[in-house]
Design a protein. Sequence first.
Length: 138
Amino acid sequence: MGDWYSIGVFAGLGVALGIAAAGAFGGRRFALVAPFLAAAVGVALGIVFADAEEAAAAGVGGVLGAAGALQLVRGALGRGGTRFGTALLVLLAAVVAAAIAFVPLLGYVEAVAVPALGVRLRKRAGERYAGLRTLARD
């Protein structure tokens, strides 16, 4: 198939690693570690199993996947989801994303779609407001 296929696969696997890292670390204080951890693991896998191009694609995919999925995890936990349940569902989504990465061109699509989903979720999230709590100040 060529280099474009293997680069796309590693980009998609990096996105899956980012999603998994966001699920594991998203509800904690050190959630910003997730993109860096996913990138490091992706680069390591790329170096071990392929060339520098694939390693770079996996690293970039890891950062993009974690950045997009962190917004989803934060929103789920903010709306009452449990840490374990959210992490389990997000890890299941990461497994599905890893499987989809082996379909030609879909690894590239994942690297674009997951951060776009995070941006869209951030825009749709309501701003914080006091609501009726301001009326309760008697």
